[in-house]
Design a protein around this ligand. Structure first.
Ligand SMILES: Nc1nc2c(ncn2[C@@H]2O[C@H](COP(=O)(O)OP(=O)(O)OP(=O)(O)O)[C@@H](O)[C@H]2O)c(=O)[nH]1
Ligand SMILES: [Mg+2]
Ligand SMILES: [Zn+2]
Length: 365
């Protein structure tokens, strides 16, 4: 029974770190792999060598998965259910080839470290292959792939009806990141009590009717849609991602029925007067599966996609681009472009076309 399940009772052991940081600080704290293939930690001058492949036979004491990260510590729940506070070892064997060496959700091999205390400590010496991931392009000097979470089945893209108003351009980026990362997308519009639900449903019709993506309306404040959402997520592992302040942590609290997560209401913690989630973290779902809470993202740079491939991820264009005059049509300036014609006739949602242009442009930068 204990295998691969996060027990909520473990939360006492996973100490909430006092880094109630903004998104920028969160990025600062992430380890980034430099061009030389080494991981550089910003906070301390530690270096980790990364070797491709698996750790040599007999080296690993226990396997498990990363449940949370705080500062430089990775919290690993072993397959027998214990939580270990881990640091990357001097040499880490990685089976994946992504630029983020470690991410919450990763399957890892650890060696025990006995430091004389009764806290379980370990070193991570192996990182397994990722079956799925939510990645984005890092910002500024952290430009590289950032794996926000790995090895989950689905992504619940959370936005709010108001405060902050949902952002369809960001939503379109999420859908591409989901497909690239092999995640099944679902959309959740929270704080629905603040707006007219029918108007929003109409505004999002392209997602439900053309792209066949479930859109679930919720209000944590008024208890609307929580059962529907819980049923939709049941038995899967799902990452919740979206802008800050939309209610991701509140939804996780509502679904799990526990105050596992501090949300924006706890007022003493940050300079903003709000508690924001500062790193990714896994929670057990009642009845099976995981929920992963993540920090709010203002932007989602698409990682590793050629601009010319963008149209293939806009599935509402699928019926049209084979009819363009040029097979290499980018659907921007070319004559006899079936996509542009469909946009003009509103057979393709013109706002989706705006997203398309913006994403192609950003990939060309
Ligand atoms: N009106 C309204 N407010 C809500 C609802 N759900 C959450 N909130 C409030 O929205 C604020 C932000 O909620 P959080 O759950 O912390 O948001 P988050 O998405 O986790 O934010 P980050 O951790 O910063 O990414 C808090 O003050 C919540 O109480 C809702 O359904 N309606
Ligand atoms: Mg949060
Ligand atoms: Zn075209």
């Amino acid at each position: 029974m204990k295998k691969k399940r996060v027990e909520s009772g473990k939360k006492a052991k996973i100490k909430q770190r006092k880094s109630y940081s903004t998104e920028e600080t969160w990025l600062e704290e992430m380890d980034v792999r430099s061009a030389t293939g080494r991981v550089q930690s910003k906070k301390e001058e530690t270096r980790t060598m990364i070797k491709a492949g698996q750790a040599p036979e007999g080296m690993i004491d226990a396997t498990g998965h990363v449940m949370a990260v705080g500062g430089r510590t990775w919290y690993v729940q072993t397959d027998s259910g214990e939580v270990y506070e881990c640091l990357p070892a001097g040499t880490v064997y990685a089976v994946h080839e992504d630029s983020s060496l470690l991410a919450v959700g990763d399957h890892v091999g650890i060696v025990h470290v006995d430091d004389g205390t009764d806290i379980h400590k370990g070193s991570i010496i192996e990182v397994g292959k990722r079956t799925s991931q939510l990645s984005r392009k890092g910002i500024g000097k952290h430009a590289g792939e950032q794996v926000i979470i790995s090895n989950v089945d689905s992504i619940l893209i959370v936005m709010s009806a108001a405060d902050p108003f949902y952002n369809k351009r960001l939503l379109d980026r999420y859908l591409i990141a989901a497909e690239l990362g092999k995640l099944e997308p679902l959309i959740c519009i929270n704080k629905i009590e603040l707006m007219d639900k029918d108007l929003i449903a109409e505004d999002l019709a392209v997602y439900t009717d053309v792209l066949n993506i479930p859109v679930i309306f919720t209000s944590v404040a008024e208890g609307i849609g929580i059962t529907t959402l819980t049923d939709a997520l049941h038995g899967h592992s799902t990452v919740l991602s979206g802008p800050s302040g939309v209610g991701k942590s509140s939804l996780i609290n509502a679904i799990t029925g526990e105050e596992l997560q501090r949300t924006g209401e706890v007022s003493e913690r940050t300079w903003k007067g709000k508690h924001v989630t500062s790193s990714a973290r896994l929670f057990a779902m009642p009845g099976g599966g995981f929920l992963a809470d993540t920090p709010g993202l203002r932007e989602l740079g698409i990682w590793d996609m050629h601009p010319d491939d963008t149209a293939f991820y806009f599935h509402d264009f699928d019926a049209w681009y084979p009819k363009c005059k040029f097979t290499s049509c980018t659907h921007r300036h070319e004559p006899d472009c079936a996509v542009k014609k469909a946009v003009e006739e509103e057979l393709i949602d013109p706002e989706r076309y705006v997203s398309y242009l913006q994403i192609v442009e950003s990939l060309e930068e």
